[in-house]
Design a protein around this ligand. Structure first.
Ligand code: NI
Length: 161
């Protein structure tokens, strides 16, 4: 089911999400998040972006160029961050029209719970690493704009009028 996406500066986007249980409600939430993400043409979506303050995000890094490969991350935790960082442009479904240049670690080791309740850990690189950092920020009440200097933030927001 497609759900409405919360737009910045809705205060729900500044809240810290709480730990998720792997239960039917969370599985339904994850399915709805994927429906909503694909419908909005996004590649990642965190639960607070549909107004639910629970630690779940979904991602499909490549569906615009290959077959869909939906991924669900429940209670994600970054176990290791590469010291190498890079600056890159990021959009956000909650801040449509705004692109912000954000510094991210180039790779990381992420641990999370799968939809069957098992725990998984994997090294993420490239777009998946950047997207995971963006979505985990949402779980911690942080958006791209919060990474910008005051001047860059003002410039980024000009498009919003
Ligand atoms: Ni976002």
């Amino acid at each position: 089911m497609i759900r409405p996406i919360v737009r910045w500066p809705n205060p729900v986007l500044t809240q810290v999400a709480t730990k998720a249980c792997v239960d039917d409600a969370t599985l339904t939430l994850a399915r709805d998040m994927l429906d909503t993400m694909y419908h909005a043409n996004g590649r990642g979506l965190a639960a607070p972006q549909i107004g639910v303050l629970t630690r779940v995000f979904v991602m499909d890094a490549a569906w615009k160029t290959t077959d869909p490969a939906p991924e669900v991350f429940i209670n994600p935790e970054i176990l290791w961050r590469a010291p190498q960082m890079g600056l890159g442009p990021e959009g956000c479904l909650s801040i449509p029209g705004v692109v912000a240049d954000v510094m991210r670690h180039s790779s990381l080791i992420l641990q999370w719970q799968m939809t069957d309740g098992s725990t998984q850990a994997e090294k993420l690189t490239g777009f998946r690493a950047i997207c995971a950092q963006h979505e985990i920020d949402h779980l911690n009440g942080i958006v791209t704009l919060d990474h910008l200097s005051p001047d860059a933030r003002t410039a980024a927001l000009v498009v919003l009028g």
